[in-house]
Design a protein around this ligand. Structure first.
Ligand SMILES: *Cc1c(COP(=O)(O)O)cnc(C)c1O
Length: 319
């Protein structure tokens, strides 16, 4: 392990695993250990800490003083990137979907307060912007800029997430069966699975309504991140679960899911974000009701953070 990987791995090892006291788990005789990656850093929360780690390092190594990336007005990724800019002392540009609103979302207010330059792209432009906004455009508009894809979903992002899988195995010395995590681009799932031993399965709960090529993307990312380590696994140790999107990415939550959210938080005291971790826990509960989990299964559940996104759901959080 090189020095940077080792630093990230040490950081990942310090993240606590907490046994979740939850009636659903008790009733179905399973044990849930919540990995509190939401607490890894005061500002740069959750899986984005890992996904940005080698991206920022790569930008710096290539001599860039500025990085840019893409996201919506409530994007955890842009929020984390702005925090990373402060932490690692590198300028940041946020390319934001939609017109600039009269009042910025709390997410973008933070990002701007932390020094991120915001640049708004009309939706039609944003749709193809990752491919069509050339480096020449970025450099001309903002000065020499290193580009990170939306969600930090590239090989460097996956490589960072590997540290989560490696740390879990070390912390529990193998005494667990599966690792659950929510999935957007799936880069975190690919990385976590790559970091786990072959006999441990990483289960991703997709928050997207249409899955499209997600499985193929994850497969490609998984192979690519494993290849340099020269340790192709005999069989892929990740699974993608769909059907727990609750209406789709960033959409208004159905009342039943709001109800689940409220009951979960009041009972367990563990706060969830509305876009990702809520849907994962809901999925875990649905699968428990369906008898999916083995008796006495010991599951690690990664709390991937995103709690800043609760601010966009203030009216619905009335407990
Ligand atoms: C971004 C994010 C995810 C999704 O990560 P991917 O690597 O895109 O699958 C999951 N949970 C939270 C809280 C996030 O912010």
């Amino acid at each position: 392990m090189d020095a940077q990987s080792s630093d990230l791995y040490q950081k990942a090892l310090a993240v606590p695993l907490q046994s979740l006291q939850w009636s659903v788990a008790k009733r179905h005789n399973i044990e849930l250990l919540v990995r509190r990656d939401d607490q890894i850093d005061g500002l740069l929360s959750g899986n984005k800490y890992y996904k940005l780690y080698f991206n920022i390092a790569a930008a710096k190594a290539a001599g860039f003083a500025q990085v840019a990336s893409f996201g919506g007005a409530y994007s955890n990724h842009l929020h984390a990137l702005a925090a990373a800019g402060r932490k690692y002392e590198i300028a940041t540009v946020g390319l934001v979907r939609g017109e600039r609103p009269a009042v910025l979302s709390p997410t973008l207010q933070d990002a701007e307060a932390w020094g991120m330059t915001l640049y708004f792209l009309p939706r039609e432009v944003y749709r193809t912007a990752q491919a069509s906004l050339t480096n020449d455009f970025l450099n001309a508009e903002f000065g020499r800029t290193y580009r990170i894809p939306e969600g930090g979903a590239n090989e460097a992002g996956c490589r960072g997430a590997m540290a989560i899988g490696q740390a879990i195995e070390e912390q529990l010395e193998g005494a667990y069966q599966q690792v659950c995590l929510p999935c957007g681009t799936g880069a975190t799932l690919a990385g976590v699975a790559a970091g786990l031993p072959c006999n441990k399965i990483a289960l991703g709960f997709s928050v997207l309504k249409g899955v499209g090529d997600l499985g193929a993307d994850i497969d490609r990312a998984y192979r690519r991140v494993l290849a340099p380590a020269g340790e192709m696994k005999s069989a892929a140790n990740w699974r993608l679960l769909t059907g727990f999107h609750g209406g789709g990415y960033g959409k208004k939550l159905p009342p039943s899911l709001c109800c689940f959210w409220r009951e979960f938080e009041l009972e367990t005291g563990l706060l969830l974000d509305p876009v990702y971790t809520l849907k994962m826990f809901w999925g875990i509960a649905c699968l428990a009701e369906a008898g999916y989990w083995r008796k006495r299964a010991r599951l690690v559940v990664v709390h991937t953070g995103g709690l800043q996104g609760r601010r966009g759901f203030q009216q619905q959080i009335d407990w």
